[in-house]
Design a protein around this ligand. Structure first.
Ligand SMILES: Cc1cc2nc3c(=O)[nH]c(=O)nc-3n(C[C@H](O)[C@H](O)[C@H](O)COP(=O)(O)OP(=O)(O)OC[C@H]3O[C@@H](n4cnc5c(N)ncnc54)[C@H](O)[C@@H]3O)c2cc1C
Length: 308
């Protein structure tokens, strides 16, 4: 186990931008994680955790300290409970449980990234979220390994307690899944992957949806009233005003800043068309937020995570 010096962040994120991390290490076991953190503490080195980098905007100036990629890939089925290491690829995990006849995650097939990345942001799609299937999460807090009960994970729309507790590193999770027919689950996953490929062309350099949708019930009454008076209310889905719709209404489609562009087919899909930089993303995000705030009175919030 060795720290690699000067690792480019471009290859570690699906957006393909960023400078270099001072140090980089990929962790395969819990014990290696403990040893790596002892080493960083000894050298007074900051550390930053990543999974597959599919929701990250990395800084142009790189990252001070060590970027630690969690690649712990264990998997164990005990009765109707499944323990999954944090670094397991989410799609491969879903395919595995589909085959075993466990349902509840089949509609999340095609979300890139690791199991831990999905827990961190409570990833979801087509009406399913990872919180619906997780029963508890195992973390390392730099001193000991601990279990966090689901009720203490504070899951919400694209959020969890792990966004607050930056020193909690997810090492695995236990899932309690519903039963289902393997062939039906597999078909649902396959159909959804095909549907997703229309929005996200394979190989597109992007971090998924850039901004979060707006939860209508969380808005102050005066803000809610203004928003509802200005939008086509049939666009509201699951109690949320889609950020993509609001962005399209202010003409975001096709806008660009340097090598960073808003897709012509979706207002909330921001991608790297080549040579894009974090600086371009931040500029474009600021312009888009201002346009939406001025027109609808609501503040868009990034779903992506900045790594600096
Ligand atoms: C084409 C495309 C489509 C997407 N579609 C969707 C979608 O439909 N729904 C959706 O919800 N998301 C979607 N996303 C976003 C992304 O796939 C998810 O957020 C994913 O769960 C991130 O996982 P990751 O392993 O890549 O995490 P990373 O991007 O590596 O990290 C994201 C955050 O999680 C933290 N983190 C990662 N691992 C750990 C750990 N072990 N312990 C503590 N913190 C950790 C990181 O510090 C970082 O802040 C999409 C992304 C792309 C590129």
């Amino acid at each position: 186990m060795r720290f690699e010096k000067g690792k480019s962040l471009k290859g570690l994120t699906t957006l393909g931008i960023g400078g270099k991390a001072d140090f980089f290490i990929e962790i395969k076991t819990e014990e290696d994680l403990r040893s790596a953190l002892v080493e960083t503490a000894g050298k007074r080195m900051a550390w930053h955790i990543i999974g597959s980098g599919s929701n990250i905007v990395a800084s142009d100036t790189g990252c001070k300290g060590a970027v630690v990629k969690i690649g712990i890939n264990n998997f164990k089925k005990t009765g109707d409970k499944i323990y999954v290491g944090a670094g397991n690829n989410l799609l491969l995990f879903i395919k595995k449980v589909n085959k075993l006849g466990f349902g509840g995650m089949e509609k999340m097939a095609g979300i890139p990234g690791t199991v831990a990345g999905a827990i961190y942001g409570n990833a979801g799609a087509y009406g399913q979220e990872i919180k619906d299937s997780v029963s508890r999460v195992k973390i390392f807090d730099s001193e000991e390994f601990k279990w966090i009960k689901k009720g203490d994970c504070e899951f919400g729309y694209r959020t969890s307690v792990f966004k607050e507790k930056k020193d909690w590193i997810i090492v695995g999770a236990e899932f309690h899944l519903a039963t289902g027919s393997p062939s039906v689950l597999n078909k649902i996953s396959k159909d959804i992957i095909k549907l997703r490929e229309k929005k996200y062309k394979p190989g597109l350099l992007c971090p998924g949806s850039f901004f979060k949708n707006i939860i209508i019930k969380d808005l102050k009454p005066i803000v809610r009233k203004k928003l509802l008076s200005k939008i086509d209310n049939s666009k509201i889905m699951y109690g949320k005003a889609p950020a993509g719709y609001l962005l399209e209404e202010v003409g975001a489609k096709g806008m660009s800043c340097g090598g960073i562009r808003v897709a012509k087919h979706h207002g909330n899909l921001i991608y790297n068309a080549g040579g894009g930089r974090e600086k371009d993303i931040k500029n474009l995000a600021r312009i888009l937020k201002n346009l939406v705030r001025r027109r609808f009175g609501v503040k868009l919030e990034e779903e992506v995570q900045y790594l600096t």
